[in-house]
Design a protein around this ligand. Structure first.
Ligand SMILES: Nc1ncnc2c1ncn2[C@@H]1O[C@H](COP(=O)(O)OP(=O)(O)O)[C@@H](O)[C@H]1O
Ligand SMILES: [Mg+2]
Length: 224
């Protein structure tokens, strides 16, 4: 069995998919067999789920789509509501079984969460329960913008109170006009108490291949 990481973010739209793909490229560059997984996705674009397609493109092996992405919903809404609308109940055991299959085939599985860490998945469970069910070290993508310090610290607290390891964080520059960016990064470096894996600056039309060299995955190899 290979090992895996659970990628969460301070919010939706903060760069989880971009960084997940960049991590896949970075591990692949070290000769690892890698595969991305999107356990739950909500929001299709003309019948396509872009997160899933991007993760597949960044993987070095294929797998059955239903293992790579067990749950997919059309509307861009919270997964628990998307599931309810589709008459589906998100079952963490299904996701865990799919993860197991991927982890048998690959050295590294990168699992991208949906939305933020405590996003509801069904009537009682959240993304935290999913991360716990998979029992993976967590990587936190912080979308650098005003308000991110609070979101990052809250998320780190939630990860740790779920009993999970915060393996590292990534500063992703999603706001080209953010003031005092470096001061914000320094504040989180001091307070998150886990390695900063890298800083990805804002770039229009950014692609994951170009972020790879900014991520220090050597920090993560110890979790293998
Ligand atoms: N550093 C960056 N510079 C410019 N655009 C970015 C950056 N990071 C993410 N984006 C863009 O922001 C959008 C959301 O990113 P994505 O990785 O899909 O976020 P998430 O998976 O957290 O919802 C995408 O269009 C992506 O290309
Ligand atoms: Mg995404």
């Amino acid at each position: 069995m290979g090992s895996g990481f659970f990628v969460t973010g301070t919010d939706t739209g903060v760069g989880k998919t971009l960084i997940s793909c960049a991590l896949l490229h970075a591990f692949a560059a070290q000769g690892k067999i890698v595969i991305g997984m999107k356990s739950v996705v909500a929001g299709s674009h003309g019948g396509k789920w872009l997160d899933v397609d991007q993760l597949i493109a960044a993987s070095t092996i294929g797998a059955e789509r239903r293992d790579i992405n067990p749950y997919f919903f059309d509307a861009p809404v919270s997964p628990h509501i998307g599931a309810q609308q589709a008459g589906v109940d998100i079952d963490l055991a299904v996701i865990r079984a799919a993860y197991r299959k991927l982890s048998i085939a690959a050295d590294i599985v990168i699992v991208e969460g949906a939305g933020g860490f405590l996003v509801p998945l069904n009537r009682t469970q959240t993304g935290a329960d999913l991360a716990k069910a998979l029992n993976l070290p967590v990587i936190l993508v912080v979308g650098m913008r005003l308000g991110c310090l609070n979101h990052a610290l809250l998320t780190a607290q939630a990860i740790r109170s779920a009993g999970l390891l915060l393996a590292g964080w990534v500063a992703n520059g999603i706001d080209p006009d953010m003031l005092v960016l470096q001061e914000n990064i320094a504040t989180l470096e001091q307070r998150l108490d886990c390695p900063l894996l890298g800083m990805v600056p804002f770039k229009d039309g950014i692609i994951s291949q170009n972020c790879t060299e900014r991520l220090n995955v050597a920090e993560l190899i110890k979790f293998k």
